[in-house]
Design a binder for this molecule. Structure first.
Ligand code: CDP
Length: 786
């Protein structure tokens, strides 16, 4: 099953083992929510608000209830009787399950029809009569904070305006001083627009509450099944041991399947009340307009520099459009996620970040769309600002980066806003990217092209990511500490089962986590079954998002396997009649030092654990580890993008993309490459075309794949990948996360490339997405249009 054998390769790490899970996916035997059909099952459809902001005068469900096949129509009023009309969000705010008093966004859930047939459920939606009284919609955070703006959360007693939070990080005084003493100050004002994770599979669930036992089995599209079980227990008051969340195969999550959505709650409540399973499958429009969006940060920042190019200070103000509820999935302490990592890869001694969030009449969410809690916005901003500074100083953007990189000898490095970077070595990644892209020659070509009236741009981004939350002392989500877990059982025949608290959505965990066990114990990956997603059968964990699986659950797997190895050593000593201290380990076996023929394989030892264990020792060979990481991991890299811009139309084409990534030890290089290519594609989509926007009445424009554009195979550039390896010093196998590096790092590289093509004419910023219309306007303004 592997492309090389372990023996040829010399180990199970760094080996491109083919993905075990693909065997079932490529023959159509995956098991997604839509595949689940239970006896006696009912179907649910959701009525959504056509208005962004409106008072609800009345909801008349009588016509819908009379449609043959309709079992019940659920409204907010019914839920209110069970204290379920509102639910908590992951940021400690509240969000309506079904609207009672008002609707506060277009697409908000107003009523649900439960019927014998899915088509009947949808037909009945048209028969629900809602009397709305439209109100003025607030569609930007700037407008939301103006005096006299309509109050969006008038349901909250202590909320007198639309402001959600004000949060600061860094040292204001030291930063002011740096700016006062600067030779040059460079400013960038830009918006990272609202986009959407848009997983191929939308959200859905089958809730099955057994009326005889009270057990609630909820099959749901969940990236965090254990945390969701706890939230269900707290919100619905159900005993937690009676709730089983099963997250089967998931068709992409990207952060979108971290929050709890009203559909899950109503389906579960309905199953509880009706005593029958209820299935809800979201449609694409529902997904795009009502579930966790991403980004939507307005950023205004400045960089202080010495005349020789040394960066001395950074200050950023950020205003966030949160929608009608503060529902970011992020560590509780950090109101703007990890945005304060905005100093990026640079040794900037002073920094200060001021952030504010505001309610608007839009969907809540602010999910970490393939990023670690807002690091994407931070990385985008600093990489754009550094590029801007290079133009203002008249120096080469690559050299300005190199000059200001955190030098390797300064690691572990504490940033001005309080992050402790575990390891890094940025210059080799930059050098490799420049070499592979042919940077020097390109700069020459760019000059010649300009003389001929052609526009070529070269964009760089030397990003630093921060992934793998905890440590739990610093990171929790609504009080649940961020750690993760692994439980490893080795069976008598030497085959093993590994149970994890995280949950893959396509990342290949069944393969890579089995490789970690193979590395630690010598049990080949094909003999290790990895189980995730069933809360009754896996140890508690916080789930998969923010690239935490490898840094946290990967470490838990290593440690659990090492615990198994410790017991295996005792068993081997018993079997070999030798002292433990005389034994040595070589992947897959213990042998007596100096007598390698006296050996016991892990398989022989496993058999003995159940058939021939010494007196006084418990039978069995298994271990559990709850791993609380001492720190996050800090993957990094340099991306280089080359574009050609058409002066006649504003269209831009990507000529080349080089991505050099460093995620420490690579477990499975093929899977890592796949993760990076996927991220580079998403980064391209965000830079070039993806946009969830709204008209002045709050109508969502971008509610289907005709309006919300995703890059297809025709649009997507091809990618050249490179790597450097700087292991994490605190991870048991030196691995850092990689799942989101490319989504975090690449948007700035694409945008920098287009700006670079126009920079000689003074263009410094075009807000994403860089549609040809916007580039055309910039060409005109700069006098470059043809
Ligand atoms: O949390 P999530 O699975 O999304 O992200 P990740 O931990 O960065 O891993 C994504 C995939 O890449 C997983 O299957 C990992 O095991 C694999 N990976 C790897 O092979 N080597 C690394 N250093 C990091 C991730």
């Amino acid at each position: 099953m592997s492309t090389a054998t372990e023996t040829e390769h010399g180990g199970w790490l760094g080996l491109s083992v083919k993905r075990k899970e693909d065997d079932r996916f490529i023959v159509g035997r995956g098991n997604y929510i839509e595949d689940i059909r239970l006896p006696n099952m009912l179907y649910m459809a959701i009525l959504r608000s056509p208005f962004a902001h409106a008072k609800i005068n009345s909801i008349d469900t009588s016509r819908a209830s009379e449609l043959p096949g309709v079992v019940v129509v659920v409204t907010g009023a019914i839920l209110a009787e069970h204290k379920l009309a509102w639910m908590p969000t992951l940021s400690g705010d509240t969000q309506a399950v079904l609207a009672t008093d008002k609707v506060r966004m277009q697409g908000q859930e107003v009523a649900c029809v439960i019927a014998e047939d899915v088509y009947v459920a949808h037909d009945a939606l048209d028969l629900i009569d809602v009397d709305y009284e439209p109100l003025e919609a607030v569609t930007t955070p700037q407008a939301a904070l103006e005096a006299g703006a309509p109050l969006i959360r008038d349901d909250k007693e202590d909320q007198a305006d639309n402001k959600i939070y004000h949060w600061e990080a860094g040292d204001a005084e030291a930063t002011e001083k740096a700016f006062a003493e600067a030779d040059k100050v460079v400013r960038l004002v830009t918006h990272y627009p609202r986009c959407h994770p848009a997983p191929l599979e939308c959200c859905g669930c089958v809730a099955d509450v057994n009326p005889a036992t009270g057990k609630a089995t909820i099959y749901m599209t969940s990236q965090a099944p254990h945390a969701h079980r706890t939230v269900f227990a707290l919100v619905a008051g159900l005993p937690e041991q009676n709730i089983q969340i099963i997250s089967p195969d998931i068709g992409g999550g990207f952060g979108n399947k971290v929050p709890i959505y009203p559909g899950y709650v109503v389906a579960t409540a309905a199953s509880l009340l009706l005593g029958r399973p209820v299935k809800w499958i979201e449609d694409r429009t529902g997904n795009l307009i009502s579930t966790g969006f991403a980004r939507d940060f307005y950023m205004d920042g400045e960089l202080a520099l010495k005349s020789d190019g040394t960066m001395t200070g950074l200050r950023v103000k950020m205003l966030s459009d949160q929608g009608y509820a503060f529902a970011d999935a992020q560590p509780s302490k950090f109101k703007a996620g990890l945005f304060h990592i905005v100093t990026g890869s640079y040794d900037i001694p002073a920094a200060h970040v001021v952030t504010e969030g505001a309610y608007t009449n839009k969907a809540p969410g602010g999910v970490a769309y393939r990023c670690s809690f807002r690091v994407t916005e931070a990385s985008y901003f600093v990489e754009r600002l550094v590029q801007t500074a290079a133009y203002e100083l008249g120096v080469d953007p690559a050299e300005l980066r190199r000059q200001n990189f955190i030098p390797p000898e300064k690691f572990p490095y504490t940033s001005a806003t309080g992050f402790e970077y575990d390891s890094g070595n940025y210059e080799p990644a930059l050098d490799q990217a420049l070499e592979r892209v042919g940077y020097k020659e390109l700069r020459e070509e760019q000059k010649r092209a300009r003389e001929q009236g052609k526009l070529i741009g070269i964009g760089l981004a030397s990003f630093t990511e921060v992934v793998g939350a905890g440590p739990s002392r610093q990171y929790d989500i609504i009080g649940i500490k961020m750690f993760d877990s692994a439980e490893l059982r080795v069976h008598p025949t030497g085959k093993a089962i590994l149970k994890l608290g995280v949950k893959s959505q396509g990342q290949g965990h069944e393969t890579t986590f089995a490789q970690i066990v193979a590395h630690e114990l010598g049990i080949p990956p094909e003999d290790v079954t990895v189980q995730e997603g069933d809360t009754d059968n896996t140890p508690y964990g916080l789930g998969t998002y923010a690239s935490r699986s490898t840094p946290v659950a990967g470490a838990a797997t290593s440690v659990a396997a090492r615990k198994v190895r410790d017991k295996a050593k005792k068993l081997a000593a018993h079997l070999l009649e030798a002292a433990e201290d005389d034994l040595e380990w070589e992947t897959g076996k213990f042998f007596v030092r100096g007598a390698p023929e006296r050996a016991k394989t892990i398989q022989e030892i496993a058999f003995a654990a159940y058939t021939d264990h010494p007196e006084g020792m418990e039978a069995g060979l298994e271990a559990v580890d709850y791993y609380d990481p001492p720190n996050m991991t800090y993957p990094f890299g340099t991306y280089a993008v080359v574009v050609e811009v058409d002066r006649g139309t504003g269209e831009w084409k990507v000529r080349k993309v080089v991505a050099v990534d460093d995620c420490g030890t690579r477990i499975n290089p093929m899977i890592v490459d796949g993760q990076i290519m996927g991220g580079l594609t998403e980064g391209y989509g965000i830079a070039a075309m993806e946009l969830i926007t709204f008209d002045e009445d709050g109508n969502c424009i971008g509610s289907n794949f005709m309006d919300y554009l995703l890059p297809g195979s025709w649009d997507t550039p091809s990618f050249e990948l490179g790597e450097t390896v700087t292991p994490s010093p605190h991870h048991p196998i030196g691995a850092k996360g990689v799942g989101e590096s490319a989504t975090v790092g690449s948007p700035a590289a694409y945008v920098n490339a287009v700006i670079d093509a126009l920079a000689h004419a003074g263009v410094r910023n075009i807000d994403m997405p860089l549609t040809s219309g916007k580039v055309w306007a910039a060409l005109n303004e700069a006098g470059l249009a043809e």
